[in-house]
Design a protein around this ligand. Sequence first.
Ligand code: CIR
Length: 266
Amino acid sequence: MSRQGISYRFTHAVTRKPSHSVVRGLRAIDRGTPDFEIFETEHRLYLAALRHAGLKVTTLETCEEFPDSVFIEDAALCLPEGVVMLRPGTPSRTGESAQLVPELAAMGLHIHPHGSDGYIDGGDILVTDSAVLAGLSNRTDRAGFEWLKALLQSWDYKVMAVETPQQVLHFKSDCCVLDSSTIMATSRLAGKACFSGFRVLTVPSGEEPAANSIRVNDSLLIPDGFPETAEMLVREGYSVVTVPVSQASLLDGGLSCMSLRFRRCG
Ligand code: CIR
C-alpha cells in the first residue's frame, strides 16, 4: 500500500499547554529546573512554527496531575486509521493516555484503545513512509511493541523493532524523518540496519540533540542552537526553521514530543 507522505504531510496538530507542575518533570540528569515562564514562551513559539508550517493546532488545557503531559506524543500515535492509544512506560506518566482519550474523542477523532499489559511510548515510534520503526527502550517493552505490531500489521503496515541506544531516552531522541527516503540520525544510530533503504544524514558530532527535529509539510523544524546541523540541512535543500526548546530539553524533551501531528480530511 502506498503511504507516500504519511510521515510528514499533515493538516492538524494537537498539543497540550505546559502545566505549572512541569518544573517537576522527569529528567535523566538534573541540569536545572525549567523556568515556567520561559517554557510557556518557547511553547508558544513552537505552536507558531507548527501553524506557520500549515497546521491547524488544537491546544488542550493544562493537566497539573501529570508534570510531563506537555510531552503529549508519548501517550498516542496518530495514523490515518485513527488514534492509537499508547501506554507510557514510567509510572508517573502511564495515566496520561486515559486523560487524553475523552479530549481526543471530543475532537471527533477515531480512538483505538490500548490493549496490552505492555508499555510503549510515542517517542519510540518513528513512522516513515515505508515502515514503522519502534524502539525497544527503558519505556517501551516487548509486550507493548508486539501489541502495536499486531494492530498495525492488521492495517498493512510493515513494523520493525529496533534497539534504542542505552544512553538515550527514546528512539526518536536520536533520529527523525526528513522526507520519504531520508532519515537524519546521530552517529550512534546512523549505520543501523533499520535504516537500510534510506539515505541517512548524520548529525554533526556535538550536536546530537538536533536529531529530534520534525519535518512538517515543506518546513523542517529543528531545535535552536545547532548551527552545523542547520547549515547541513540548508545545503541539502530543506527549508529550516529553528525553534527554541531550552526548557523542554532540561526534561529530555524536544520538538517531536510536544505534538501529535496528523492528516485529516475535511
Ligand atoms: C520523560 O522523561 O518522559 C519526559 N521528561 C520527556 C519526554 C520526552 N518525550 C519524547 O521524547 N517523546
